[in-house]
Structures are given as C-alpha cells and as structure tokens.
Design a protein around this ligand. Structure first.
Ligand code: BG6
Length: 272
C-alpha cells in the first residue's frame, strides 16, 4: 500500500510510502506536508528532513508550525486578508493517490466551496487549488496548481513555506539566492526576487538541491532568539533547528477566468 489514511496529532492525514522506503505524511488540514523522510543515496534508513515545532497546534485550530505550509492567496501581511492566506488553515480533499514510476504520490484539492462562509466571503473568487506531493528515494516533488474557475480575474500570491530541519542554524549556508553564499547570523527575513536557477542548501551535515519553476522568488526566514521567544507555538531554543527556504510567487500574480498557474518545487538530498 503506497498511501494510507492515518492520524497526525488530532488531524486526519495521509501517509505515503514509496517502494524504495521514502515516506511522507500530509494532513488534510492545510494539505500540510508535516514529515518527509527520503532514503539517503548512501543507504541507511529514511530520515526526517522537516522541522516540526514541539509546541505546534495539531488540532485544526491554528496553522501548523513546521513542515511545508501552503501559502495562498496572500503572502504574510502583503494584503488585507488573512496573514499568509487561508490555504494553510482550510481542510483540503484527497482527490488522487497511488504509485507511479516507483514513487508514491497524493493529490489534494481545495476550492471556494470548501471554505468556511466568512473566509469565502472575504475572498470572493471561484478557484481550484491542487497540490500534488510525490516522494521517491532522496527526492520530494511538489506541484501547486491554481485555477481560476470563475468569471472574474483575481490576483494571488503563493508559496511552499518549507521548514528544513537542521542540527544548528549557525552551520547553514545557502547558495543561489544572491551572488554570495548566504549564512544566517541572527534573525533573517528576506525576500530574494527572480531566482535564476537551483538553490543549494547546505544544512551543515549535507546538501540539498532545491529547484523551482513558476515560483519566481524565494524567501529565507529564521526568527532568531528574540522573535522565537515571542512565538507561542515554538519553544525558545527551537529556532536553532530550522531554516525556512520558501519557493514563492509574491506577485501578486493576475489570473484570468479559465487560466491556470503552475508552480513546481523539487528538493533532492545530495550524495554525501
Ligand atoms: O508566523 P507565521 O504567520 O507562520 O509567519 C512566519 C514567517 O513566515 C515568513 O514567510 C515571513 O517572511 C515572516 O515574516 C513570517 O514571520
């Protein structure tokens, strides 16, 4: 069986397992990838690559702190709507799951009819989101599609807000977002526009190649000690254990009736 229904905290979830042992867990709340365990190319057991806060809500009352939140239709506070949008706090539907080419995959969908009435009223457009998550060996693939199913054009922003798990954020080095290697010294919250090619994320222990299409930008975020202490859903020292490198389309991107936008994201753990 390559996709089974499970429970993550109090949330219904899907567990993917590829024939080679790569695994992922996705909650229906937010279509949120909360665990990704690729199989190291050097052999050995599948290992967790995503940070999840020990204080994260897992009851559907608040966005999950960690994993890969889906950000749509607004990024952070760049708009009048919900901070980082409603997709991460809405309950998605599973529309497909299975195995293809040795990989396990699942497709989740969300449209305006799935939203609570107040949320739909605040963003009154007809849309369909689909998120496809695929795991195999050392590789994660995500495809986010946004379709305008209505008669009115709308503008949106989108991101896959990946919390990469690390041993110590001080050891992190990121290449490909700017001309020099980026290291994190304290709090960092920076937008890098028009990413030209793949990003190499050195976790301090190994390297991960990150590729994105459609998502034109990348956001790198770590709250540092002071901001982490102010977050109620993160333990004070946990900021050391992750860096967010987020493929993003900050736009906002216009989408005409009948139009579809697609963003792809691939993370591949490199051989050590
Ligand atoms: O606390 P939230 O809503 O999950 O946001 C976390 C962070 O997400 C990042 O993407 C933003 O750039 C930061 O400004 C923000 O603080």
């Amino acid at each position: 069986m390559n996709a089974t229904t499970t429970q993550f905290g109090q949330l219904p979830a899907l567990q993917l397992r590829a024939p080679d042992g790569a695994e992922a867990t996705i909650t229906l709340y937010g279509a949120h990838l909360v665990s990704w365990k690729p199989v190291p190319t050097t052999g050995g057991p599948a290992q967790e690559r995503l940070f999840l806060s020990s204080l994260s809500a897992l009851d559907g009352q608040k966005a999950i702190r960690g994993g890969v939140p889906v950000i749509f239709p607004q990024f952070a506070e760049r708009g009048n709507g919900m901070r980082h949008g409603f997709a991460r706090v809405a309950t998605w539907r599973v529309v497909d799951q299975g195995e293809a080419d040795g990989a396990a995959f699942a497709v989740l969908a969300l449209n305006q009819a799935d939203l609570p009435q107040q949320v739909a009223a605040a963003w009154p457009y007809a849309f369909e989101l689909q998120l496809r998550v695929t795991v195999r060996a050392a590789e994660l693939d995500m495809l986010l599609a946004v379709r305008n199913t209505g008669t009115q054009a709308f503008r949106f922003a989108a991101a896959l807000h990946t919390y990469h798990l690390v041993d110590d954020v001080d050891a992190v080095r990121i290449d490909g977002v700017q001309s020099e290697t980026l290291a994190l010294t304290d709090k960092l919250d920076q937008v890098f526009e028009r990413i030209p090619g793949p990003i190499t994320f050195d976790s301090g222990a190994d390297k991960v190649m990150l590729e994105q299409t459609g998502f034109t930008d990348a956001v790198v975020w770590n709250p540092g000690a002071a901001d982490a202490a102010a977050l109620s859903d993160m333990d004070d020292e946990e900021y050391r254990r992750f860096v967010c490198i987020e493929p993003a389309l900050l736009g906002p991107q216009p989408l005409e009736p009948g139009g579809t936008w697609r963003g792809t994201y691939r993370a591949v753990v490199q051989a050590g």
